[in-house]
Design a protein around this ligand. Structure first.
Ligand code: NAD
Length: 738
């Protein structure tokens, strides 16, 4: 009988204790304070028990462990806040101690005197891999599901439980830096090649192989605790290192523009840590970790990219009292660019799909898209032939609407034309069973207007996908004026089934994401018109942390589509709704220069045949008198991009379009890559403080136009010292200002 809640300990006749981590009521093992306490108790017990010769540590779940638990990370921030009030002088010391708990517990395993072997049976992330690194032996299963990573940098922190010290003492420094500064995953064989695991075996050989290591006399001493230990490659003071380190800093600067304190801290930990004894290295890591955890970047990234993303994914906005829908049949009408991909992701989730178009030829062409994706996945070994065939068998092309009579949900992705959509809504509703939901994937037409064509607007909703559907993690769920709770619940159940993250927004022109994206592109039009050299515009956006420059993005979206949107805006809202200079610029590009974007090889960039790379169209500089580079402040350009988007996000909150700040933040990062280090468009404002943001907007509006004017809500919040997460608290209780 095991005395632990989260572990089973079973000692065999050879004296090897098999410790199996298997948390009750959790699908994945994660670190909690309780788990750490139990690990410590296990170390003490196995050390004290003379019958135990060694320990094999493994997991009872299909994965090994996902790393830290939400509550533990949240707890660290609330502890710091509380201590700052209670005992400000010692608050940071307490944080330092908390940050070191895992570090020194793993060190205790490493120095306990008996050999420990980690048997990695599945995904092994973060603190769990750091624990494994502290074991004397590591065996990993060769199952495809095994992914090994130290991904902390992706949420603004870094491997702070020995990762930055052990990885570069096992692998060469370049590979170690690459692994930790990108947070990317390793396969078991790559981990072995990097010297991070000792053996890779068939899944059923995992435990026997781990036990065998102990039986073969595995020494319970880490290499760095042996006399004469040498760092791979010779350490910091070698000619090779003299080449590596300047390059490493330069690459980091190029990749992060200095926006990610955690990534820089990894470099510092490794560089400084490799020059000192191991325990001192751990202490250096603990200090930097304590420093990084206190940055606005870490706080905001963890909140949005870890906590909020999980909460939204788990249905934080799902209306209460609605039973969960297991979708048995989904219809997709319109088998074009979007519809074909929507059918694919639906079938990939195991849901049968009928894919309808105007005729069989068009519908079948839509399925060809999935056939191509499946063939590609099979050839890369990502999908078995049987699974691929099964996926394709779930997609039925059709030109017959009666096949939708058993659908739970129908998503239309036909032409962006009110009349075409009206005809489709009527045809679908004529056969759709009662209670089934109709969703539109429109990108520009308000849902309430489209629902005006429906006999059952309560069951009508928007599910806005982003292209490429297979890759983009976000979907925007749009509520029309009359959309009911059931429609929302079904839409969210569907989005969860296809493993995407939803944000729920109220109806408006452009919804949330496109409204913000249009502001981003409009600001670049302003800059072009002012004569800012185009290359500075693109670079400033990247330095600000945007993954794609606005001109490049506009080329991807298509400049003729931008023109269409501008014209539709004028038609619907009047001339004053569009800046005439923007209209002139975009219509000149489209109508005079025939520059439509990437799709015709000519946009803000020229797209020569591969392998030549795209380059900014030289003619762009002739459109407006150019400023000299030193007349333009890169910093101001960066501020303009982020501020204009953040202001638009704030407007959507003020207008009641977005009601939960988590959705604006997650939507802005997943939808268009809004500078992730900020934690998203609203966290960008909260992070600097609303008052500072208002001052920045006032300054920008004086020089660059009234669109930067702070809104009444922002002014009021600045005056009251409020934050978005405080005023629009998603948890229903007022949080302290961040
Ligand atoms: P598309 O032109 O590639 O595909 C439209 C498909 O609808 C075509 O296959 C067409 O034959 C079919 N169709 C037209 N009338 C039909 C009818 N009466 N019955 C059945 N099928 C019909 O267009 P798309 O880019 O896939 O866009 C589709 C919808 O998705 C639009 O509403 C668009 O605004 C929206 N959307 C597009 C994107 C994008 O990036 N392209 C992103 C999000 C949303």
């Amino acid at each position: 009988m095991s005395t632990y809640k989260n572990f089973n300990v079973d000692t065999d006749a050879d004296g090897i204790a098999l410790v199996t981590w298997d948390m009750p009521e959790k699908s994945m093992n994660v670190f909690t304070v309780e788990v750490m306490d139990e690990i410590e108790a296990i170390v003490d017990a196995t050390v004290a028990d003379s019958a135990v010769k060694g320990v094999v540590f493994t997991s009872g779940k299909s994965s090994f462990s996902g790393g830290a638990d939400l509550t533990m990370i949240k707890g660290m921030f609330s502890m710091l806040e509380a201590e700052k009030v209670k005992d400000p002088a010692n608050a940071v010391q307490k944080l330092f101690d908390a940050a070191g708990r895992m570090t020194w517990l793993w060190r205790k395993i490493e120095t306990n005197g008996k050999p420990w072997v980690s048997a990695i049976n599945g995904t092994c992330m973060g603190g769990a891999f750091e624990l494994s690194l502290a074991c004397h032996g590591r065996v990993a299963s060769n199952a495809k599901s095994v992914k090994i990573a130290l991904p902390e940098v992706k949420v603004g922190i870094f491997p702070g439980a020995g990762g930055t010290q052990r990885v570069p003492r096992l692998a060469n420094a370049q590979d170690a830096l690459q692994m930790m500064t990108t947070g990317s995953s390793l396969t078991a064989s790559r981990a072995k090649a990097m010297n991070l695991v000792h053996q890779v075996v068939e899944p059923d050989q995992l435990i026997p192989a781990a036990k065998q290591m102990i039986k073969d006399g595995l020494k319970p001493v880490a290499p760095w605790d042996e006399k004469g230990f040498k760092v791979p490659g010779g350490g910091i003071w070698t000619p090779a290192a003299a080449q590596l380190w300047p390059a490493a800093s330069a690459i980091l600067r190029r990749e992060t523009s200095g926006n990610y304190p955690a990534a820089l801290a990894i470099l510092k930990c490794v560089y400084e840590g490799l020059q000192v004894p191991f325990d001192t290295g751990l202490r250096i890591e603990q200090r930097y970790f304590t420093q990084v955890v206190q940055t606005t970047e870490a706080f905001s990234m963890i909140r949005s990219l870890f906590v909020s993303m999980q909460e939204l994914g788990k249905g934080a906005r799902r209306p209460a009292g609605q039973p969960k829908t297991q979708l048995k049949h989904v219809g997709v009408v319109g088998a074009g660019f979007m519809g074909a991909s929507i059918a694919y992701v639906t079938a990939a989730a195991g849901i049968p799909v009928t894919l309808i178009d105007r005729d069989m030829e068009a519908a079948s062409k839509g399925k060809t898209h999935s056939e191509g994706l499946v063939a590609g996945a099979i050839s890369k070994g990502k999908l078995t032939k049987e699974d691929g065939e099964k996926l394709l068998s779930l997609i039925t092309p059709s030109d017959d609407y009666t096949s939708l009579s058993t659908a739970d949900l129908v998503i239309e992705a036909v032409f962006e034309d009110r009349d075409v959509k009206k005809a489709v809504i009527e045809k679908v509703e004529a056969v759709l069973p009662e209670g089934a939901i109709f969703a539109s994937n429109t990108s520009t037409l308000p849902i309430t207007g489209l629902a005006g064509n429906s006999k059952r607007p309560v069951d009508f909703i928007g599910i806005h996908f982003f292209s490429p559907v297979e890759k983009m993690m976000l979907t925007e769920v749009i509520l029309g004026k009359q959309t009911g709770d059931k429609a929302l619940a079904v839409a969210l159940d569907y989005v969860a089934a296809i493993k995407k993250t939803p944000i729920v927004v109220n109806d408006t022109r452009g919804f949330f994401v496109n409204r913000c994206v249009l502001r981003y592109m409009a600001e670049s039009y302003d800059m072009l018109i002012e004569g800012v050299p185009p290359v500075m515009i693109e670079n400033a956006a990247k330095f600000a942390g945007m993954p794609v420059g606005p001109l490049s993005l506009n080329d991807e979206v298509a400049i003729d589509l931008s023109l269409k949107i501008l014209k539709a805006t004028v038609a619907d809202l009047g001339e004053q709704a569009v800046d005439p200079r923007h209209m002139e610029l975009v219509s000149r590009l489209v109508e005079k220069e025939e520059r439509f974007g990437r799709k015709n090889g000519k946009g803000f960039y020229d797209y020569p045949p591969k392998p030549a790379k795209k380059s900014l169209w030289p003619g762009l500089k002739d459109l407006y008198p150019q400023k000299a580079a030193d007349e333009v402040s890169m910093k101001t350009l960066q501020q303009r991009f982020l501020a204009t988007i953040a202001l638009e996000a704030a407007r959507t909150v003020e207008e009641g379009i977005v009601t939960d700040p988590r959705e604006a933040d997650v939507g802005s990062i997943l939808g268009f890559g809004f500078a992730p280090y900020t934690g998203g468009a609203l966290s960008y404002i909260d992070g600097m403080g609303v008052k500072t943001f208002v001052e920045l907007c006032e300054k920008l509006s004086a020089s660059y136009g009234p669109h930067f004017k702070p809104t009444p809500l922002l002014r009021e919040m600045a005056e009251k010292g409020e934050t978005f997460y405080g005023r629009f608290d998603p948890y229903g209780q007022v949080e302290k200002a961040a």
